[in-house]
Write a protein that binds this ligand. Structure first.
Ligand SMILES: [Zn+2]
Length: 285
């Protein structure tokens, strides 16, 4: 059995899977994300132990977290939402408790792994752009039996010079405009409830600019959008293709698809992460 701990900005999901098959989920529990690190650790340990008591021994634990990770050190170093988790050694803390292998990775990168069994299954390379409470971008290239993974800080590419202040300290980042948390702060409602079409026209354009910027570094033939905002807000989902056509002139329009994995993408990606790690097939750049 494999345990997945998926710590998102608002909710934390803990799941048990019998195998690497995404359909082999035994149980999933969730609770509102606890912003105090130690309190969160206590709650997570308790729930993981409950799963082990119910389903038997766990082989390993894979963590998805919303923040930049130092992959070699296996530590989350910088999160705009989980400040108290920054540089805390959650991998070591869980290893110490359960005495099994534990791995951690940033949520957006795991979204890209989740697509290996979904929209990225039959292509040899793709760009994955996450549009949810934050914005992320990852390029994945399959080479022989290896997966080359290029993370980016797409959310912090600038779309408006001297624009809105972003949590990262810069001004005018795309995340400051279309990241779900920032939209909620600006419009004082969940983005799903915003009906003003001008807001969405602008959001589509900013996403198109960010996608075009991504393609200048990684001229991919396949763009997969993932994340709860783009999968649940029709104006974004339906507008992005023509939005990108208007903005991008240098390269041919890539094939654009929107994933339906939504808020389960991190969990499924973390499960895939164990498989890739075990098979030694990841080249994480
Ligand atoms: Zn920023």
């Amino acid at each position: 059995m494999y345990i997945i701990l998926d710590i998102q900005a608002q909710l934390t999901y803990i799941s048990a899977f019998e195998s690497f098959d995404s359909k082999a989920r035994l149980r999933q529990t969730r609770f509102p994300t606890i912003y105090n690190y130690l309190a969160s650790l206590v709650e997570s340990k308790k729930r993981i132990q409950n799963l082990i008591d119910e389903f038997g021994e766990a082989e390993s634990i894979s963590i998805s977290i919303t923040g930049s990770t130092d992959y070699d050190k296996q530590i989350m170093t910088d999160s705009a939402y989980l400040h108290e988790y920054n540089n805390k050694d959650i991998v070591k803390d869980l290893k110490h408790e359960f005495d099994i292998p534990v791995i951690i990775e940033q949520d957006c990168i795991l979204d890209a792994y989740a697509e290996l069994n979904n929209l990225g299954e039959n292509v040899d390379e793709y760009g994955l752009i996450t549009v949810t409470y934050g914005i992320g971008g990852v390029y994945v290239k399959k080479e022989d039996s290896k997966y080359l993974v290029f993370p980016t800080e797409l959310g912090h590419t600038i779309v408006v010079p001297n624009g809105l202040e972003c949590a990262c300290g810069q001004r005018g980042c795309v995340e400051a405009y279309i990241g779900g948390v920032n939209m909620k702060d600006r419009f004082l409602t969940d983005p799903k409830n915003i009906e003003d079409y001008r807001v969405w026209e602008e959001a589509v354009d900013f996403l198109a600019i960010a996608t075009s910027n991504f393609m200048m570094a990684f001229p991919t033939k396949n763009i997969i959008y993932s994340g709860s905002s783009i999968s649940t807000i029709p104006a974004l989902k339906n507008g992005i293709k023509s939005g990108l056509e208007k903005r991008m002139r240098v390269y041919k329009q890539p094939k654009i698809r929107v994933s339906s994995l939504s808020n389960q993408a991190n969990t499924l990606g973390a499960l895939k992460h164990i498989e890739l790690y075990k098979n030694n097939s990841l080249v994480r750049l």
